[in-house]
Design a protein around this ligand. Structure first.
Ligand SMILES: Cc1ncc(COP(=O)(O)O)c(C=O)c1O
Length: 439
């Protein structure tokens, strides 16, 4: 006899009218309002193009904020996902995972080119939390708890994620507001100030964590001198040098590693002890990862760290397909070539509202002049920051870009962006800036 209680009645089906609610209405009604969103919903993407629900085509030079490294839904990724999804989507880390092992080998041999081990997770913040734990645990094991060697030095304007560890590490007050008590043990120094970095490091410093190119903070490129000093301090104080490559890594600067692009031709070598990735690492499929040099890998032994979804066969298959295509398809060379083409074209512009262009590879920031922006038609009445105003104007003209702080407009096109797409974006942006200059 079946003694189980009767099933609860199914919830009523939504009224047809509710099904017809607009995306905006549904978002407002049901989705947490923690993001400031632009009023648009996309339905389909292909390469550097996105189509809105209304069917308008946009040229996407934001790439999901440096995520879609090969553009939207590239065939190589879609096929890898479909193949892997039909075979095995998830497998717990209680077992060996073939795709995880292959991806870790790619990171060690192709990206880092140095012996080390890789941990997989799901986002940049989670990867950086892992780095924080690594630094603390390694110092605790090596120097003992009484040494209290548990501080991490990071930079002002940095961004390391939205977890409690990430916001404590981040050098911007706005992300911390109202979230006290913060995780203790972080010291922030001015970016690119080697003397301030030296002053901040003590025997209690477990690690220095730096972005080679600060993304969210406004596209600020580290100087070779700053990274060189960080590497010297690592040796003098027996601490870990850790690079946050979440935004500037995985090919975005035209090299696998952001710091190598920064240091190219400088005669300085500053290889880290650990590095983190996410964003473009699997071209849009969620994944995060960190690499740690073999010397320090034992600090995170069995039971010290974990992530249920970290390194699933599906995520790793996507990353292998995307990173493999970046390597095989000459994509890193394309990044450098398109950077030169963009710089060359922009150098020929004469728009008073733009005071400069900074960044590396396809992580570029147009710097706006707030004083010159005052005379842009509609700007002063808009109540917007200069970057938001320009991003909105570009979107209106069909080009998607991203603000970075109040005065920088980021261009983060796909790494395999074509000449024609770059030319189209340049033409749109040039026209937008001309209009803002009142021409
Ligand atoms: C340098 C850097 N680190 C960490 C993060 C956080 O990554 P996620 O949003 O995947 O947690 C970001 C995101 O913008 C980032 O740019």
């Amino acid at each position: 006899m079946n003694s189980s209680p009767p099933l609860a009645p199914a919830p009523p089906r939504p009224e047809p009218a509710a099904d017809r609610a607009s995306t905006e209405e549904l978002m407002d009604a049901y989705v947490l309002g923690n993001y400031g969103r632009f009023p648009i919903a996309f339905e389909r993407g292909e390469g550097a193009a996105l189509w809105s629900e209304e069917g308008r085509r946009y040229l996407d030079f934001s790439s999901g904020v440096a995520v879609c490294s090969l553009g939207h839904s590239p065939a190589v990724m879609a096929e890898a996902l479909a193949r892997q999804a039909a075979k095995l989507v998830h497998c717990s880390n209680l077992y060996w995972v073939r795709e995880q092992a292959e991806l870790a080998r790619f990171v060690v041999e192709r990206i880092m080119e140095r012996p080390g081990k890789v941990f997989f997770c799901n986002s940049g913040a989670e990867a950086n939390d892992g780095l924080i734990k690594l630094a603390r645990r390694r110092a605790w094991e090596k120097f003992g708890p009484e040494a209290e060697k548990n501080e991490i030095v990071t930079c002002r304007q940095s961004f390391h994620g939205r977890t409690l560890g990430g916001i404590a590490a981040t050098g911007q007050d706005k992300v911390k507001l109202g979230f006290d008590p913060l995780l203790p043990g972080f010291v922030h120094v001015p970016f690119n100030d080697p003397a301030a970095l030296r002053d901040a490091v003590t025997d209690r410093t477990a690690a220095i964590l730096v972005e080679a190119v600060q993304g969210e903070g406004g596209i600020h490129v580290a100087t070779p001198e700053f990274l060189a000093e960080a590497a010297r301090l690592r040796d003098e104080f027996d601490l870990l040098l850790m690079f946050d490559e979440v935004q500037c890594g995985a090919g975005r600067t035209g090299d696998w590693c952001g710091w190598r692009t920064v240091l190219a031709g400088s005669g300085t070598v500053a290889e880290p002890d650990a590095a983190s990735w996410a964003k473009g690492f699997a071209g849009g499929f969620p994944i995060g990862a960190f690499w740690v040099a073999d010397d320090h890998a034992a600090a995170l032994g069995p039971g010290t760290h974990g992530s249920t979804f970290g390194g699933t066969p599906l995520a790793c298959a996507a990353a292998l397909a995307v990173l493999g295509e970046i390597e095989r398809g000459g994509v890193l060379a394309n990044v450098k070539r398109q950077e030169s083409r963009i710089r060359e074209a922009a150098a020929g512009w004469n728009h008073p509202c733009v005071s400069g262009l900074r960044g590396l590879g396809l992580m570029l920031g147009f710097v706006l002049d707030p004083a010159a922006m005052q005379s842009a038609p509609g700007f002063s009445e808009s109540g917007k920051t200069p970057s938001l105003f320009v991003v909105d104007a570009a979107r209106g003209a069909g080009l998607l870009t991203v603000p970075a702080g109040e005065t920088v407009v980021r261009w983060l096109p796909p790494l395999n962006v074509t000449d024609a797409e770059v030319d189209e974006a340049l033409a749109i942006f040039d026209q937008v800036l001309s209009t803002l200059s009142g021409r």
